[in-house]
Design a protein around this ligand. Structure first.
Ligand code: NDP
Ligand code: 8X3
Length: 247
């Protein structure tokens, strides 16, 4: 039986991914800070789920949770680095430095920390890593500032990991979703439900399950195939042009 560790499994894409993997017979270490959100996964999938409650920014807590894994969950075949967030939509010059730091600590520092910890085991098992990046890492937009930059890091870290892992058999993929309706916009806007509803309303965004299906597909491909980077958008979302300031 294969085992996956999914960060940010309390909500949105991570929760859907944990469900998709467990539904396909994987054992899943489901992580997040909100323990109550992990309980339904255990109820639905029983012994296939090991809930692990920790803040990914806390290296000691991360290591303690990994050290405490039950024997059956110790051999990790797939790391899904999904936990992440955006905070704020304003321009850089009006942004809150603490929010920038939180995004960097979560989307970048925590992601590389858990990856570094799990790499030896992933190499031993010829496993895989799926990193949740974003279209925001490829395309700039007003207010994207540090969030987009953290996701560009995730994209390039994924590609560089592939280079370093050459010959090990370990697969690394970055997924770049566009608009997915989750709690992402609620979090980004400090809990403003109206802002979230306004963004997704009438837009037919992608669902968390759309992305989870993609993760499961990547993880289920034959061992000789690697998806390097995969960008997905809802049909309702596309590109806009440059902006010009006139005097
Ligand atoms: P949600 O807000 O629904 O889920 C975010 C998850 O990340 C939660 O499970 C949350 O768990 C976890 N998380 C955040 N901070 C921490 C932390 N410090 N420690 C542990 N877990 C943490 O958003 P999404 O499902 O949309 O986001 C998942 C990923 O997908 C993110 O990396 C996001 O950047 C990316 N993404 C999202 C897109 C979208 O449009 N929704 C598009 C492109 C990429 P908890 O709060 O319980 O700790
Ligand atoms: C989330 C997608 O466009 O809101 O990563 O930044 S976007």
């Amino acid at each position: 039986m294969k085992t996956a560790l999914v960060t940010g499994a309390t909500s949105g894409i991570g929760e859907a991914t944990a469900r998709a993997l467990a539904g396909a017979g994987w054992q899943v270490i489901a992580t997040g800070r909100r323990a109550d959100r992990l309980a339904p996964l255990v109820e639905a999938y029983g012994a296939l789920i090991h809930p692990a409650v920790f803040d990914v920014r806390d290296e000691a807590a991360t290591n303690a949770a990994l050290d405490a894994l039950p024997e059956a969950f110790r051999g990790i075949d797939l790391l899904v680095n999904n936990a992440g967030l955006a905070l704020g939509t304003g321009p850089a010059q009006r942004s809150d430095l603490a929010q920038w730091r939180t995004m960097i600590e979560t989307n970048v520092t925590a992601l590389v920390t858990i990856t570094h910890r799990l790499l030896p085991g992933l190499i031993e098992r010829r496993g895989g890593i799926v990193n949740m990046a974003s279209v925001a890492g490829s395309y700039p937009y007003p207010g994207g500032n540090v969030y987009g930059a953290t996701k560009a890091f995730v994209q390039q870290f994924s590609l560089n990991l592939r280079s370093d892992l050459h010959g090990t058999g370990v697969r690394v993929s970055a997924i770049d979703p566009g608009m997915v309706e989750t709690e992402f916009t609620l979090v980004r806007n400090g809990g403003d439900q109206a802002a979230s509803d306004a963004l997704y309303g009438g837009a037919q965004p992608m669902t968390a399950e759309d992305i989870a299906t993609t993760v499961l597909w990547i993880a289920s491909l034959p061992a000789h195939l690697n998806i390097n980077q995969l960008e997905l958008m809802p049909v309702s979302q596309s590109f806009a042009g440059f902006q010009v300031a006139r005097s």
